[in-house]
Design a protein around this ligand. Structure first.
Ligand code: ADP
Ligand code: 5GP
Length: 197
């Protein structure tokens, strides 16, 4: 039940595709001053080459996803990027973070972010962006994991996501990766200090 997570601390990281979320999550898992447990999301999108079930995502069929959603197993869920693909955070992942004694780290889109921020006022929400809009395209092409049509859809969606940035407690610019990581580490340290003040 959601109420069971009232004392849980969440870090919610959102930002347009190409803003550097995945890269920064890896760095934070190693460098955060507070133990973070990455929530593994469920999705109906097909696995990419090199993606591993239960590590990158839980890959569900649309029917499985819908059934689990109806059963109330998700803390948040959304259809992302207008692809018809659903993504969501399973309550069982938050329970796992709680068992492991860390803060749950959620790398989710702005629709899911809004659901978590509204439900858990204590959530530490961070919106990641770059200072130049053309940089998203450059990075997505550089990453080379999506087809052209998907890149175009994600770029179109970036504008909508950017309009939600101010709903997050912190906005971090990821132009220089090391600097962005340092800034987030600092935000986490301050947040932890405030909780004990
Ligand atoms: P997201 O998960 O938000 O879609 P990624 O973490 O996959 O973004 O980053 C997209 C691409 O940009 C990757 O190839 C990554 O290596 C690169 N990247 C991430 N941060 C930076 C940065 N500060 N400067 C340049 N390239 C970056
Ligand atoms: P990708 O398909 O590139 O792995 O992820 C696409 C988008 O889905 C990203 O913006 C990512 O933040 C978002 N996403 C991943 N997991 C979740 C989730 O559990 N919930 C929501 N709402 N979005 C998610």
């Amino acid at each position: 039940m959601p109420g069971d997570f009232e004392d849980m601390q969440f870090v919610v990281l959102s930002g347009p595709s190409g803003s550097g979320k995945t890269t920064i999550v890896e760095r934070l898992l190693a460098e955060s001053p507070v133990k973070l447990v990455k929530s593994v999301s469920a999705t109906t999108r097909p696995a990419r080459k090199n993606e591993v079930e239960g590590v990158n995502y839980y890959f569900l069929t649309p029917d499985e996803f819908a059934a689990r959603r109806t059963r109330g197993e998700f803390l948040e869920s959304a259809e992302v990027h207008g692809t018809g693909n659903w993504y969501g955070t399973l309550q069982s992942e938050i329970a796992r973070a709680q068992r492991e004694g860390g803060w749950a780290l959620l790398e989710i889109d702005v629709q899911g972010g809004r659901q978590i921020i509204e439900r858990f006022p204590q959530a530490l929400s961070i919106f990641l962006q770059t200072s130049s809009e053309t940089e998203y395209e450059r990075r997505l092409r550089g990453r080379g994991t999506e087809a052209e049509e998907i890149i175009q859809r994600r770029l179109a969606n970036a504008r909508n996501e950017l309009s939600q940035a101010r709903k997050y407690r912190f906005q971090v610019v990821n132009d220089d990766l090391d600097q962005a990581v340092r800034e987030i580490v600092h935000i986490i340290s301050n947040w932890e200090a405030q909780r004990h003040a």
